[in-house]
Design a protein around this ligand. Sequence first.
Ligand SMILES: [Zn+2]
Length: 399
Amino acid sequence: MPTSDVRRGPAAGDALQPATNARAFAAGRALRQGAKVLPEHARGHNRALVLQTLFHQGAMSRADLSRETGLTRVTISDLVAELIADGFVAEIGVREASGPGKPAILVDLDRAGHRIVGIDLSGSDTFIGAVLTLDGDIVVRREVPVPAAEQLVGTVVDLARALVSDAHAPVLGVGVGTPGVVDDHGVILTAPNFGWAGFDLQGALRDALGLPVLVANDANAAVLAEYTFGGAPDDVLLVKVGRGVGSGLLAAGQPMRGSRFAAGEIGHVTVGTDGGPRCACGKVGCLEAWLSAPSLSSRLAGTSSAAEREGILRDAGERLGIALAPVVGALDVSEIVLSGPHELLGGSLTDQTVETLRARTLAPSNDDEGVRVRMTTQGQDIVLRGAAVMVLSGQLGVS
Ligand SMILES: [Zn+2]
């Protein structure tokens, strides 16, 4: 794998191959939209196409692969032989013969042949790490308390090393989701909570671990998990509510990074003209100051009736809708996915966000209910699973 492929993170707009998943996979849907495939890149492109097809559709014969990818039988035979030699694909038996002739040999991703290490640095109290299968299933999990600032990198390295030794299989790479603004080389441009500014976390971890490492913003990692494992559409916004509020955006199946890698940083947009709580950033009335889990929880703790509680959740939902309406209007996203504490986000808050969005954006047509708002299906492991998608995408071109 060339170094340039190893180093690219999916936070980069052009690094993540536009994913195709089972329900959307169709012949001719280009893996890399909008970019010409040059002859010298064709082999890598075709290799990724084969892996992507097996990743989402499972075991099939070489003839099936040829049909699904539109590549010739000869090309498929070559590519499959190469992928078997590299340990990414395996022959897994034969299909029951349905007629005369030789039964077809089935090939699939060697799903047990490699593992991925995912790390989530977004927790308030703990860093979480996991060993994941290529299908995003967690097989080992570890947690460590968030250390003092000077021990941050050492703690992440130790956590990653422990997980690599737990993996009992070659590790394809290490994906890390972190708070802060992260460029497409995994350099943390700013992460005030950790005191990082212009810090090459990806490089530091790669040098310490001797493995491919990909670092991205936690919400940007999360939206990848929702896309690859949660069935999210190509145009989706994931809002992550925790200690802070951030979001990750896919447009036409491509991660949006913005001009300064800060696309999706909606937490410090002021919502309303009525003041509000003071935010950690110094302003008053930021979305984050209303909606972060600590802020919402402390306001709810001061309530004495169900109606008061309902009022606070409705108010927060309305403010989220106010912040999101121009995004929905400008980008025409079809789905907004919320990730965070279900007891805070799951009920009235989501309902009110939907009502506010409907009131503040173009009325949907008859056969269209407009933008959908729902909770994630990925639970608390969303960043870990997104970190796995970063590695799959960066190392295999699969997403
Ligand atoms: Zn703020």
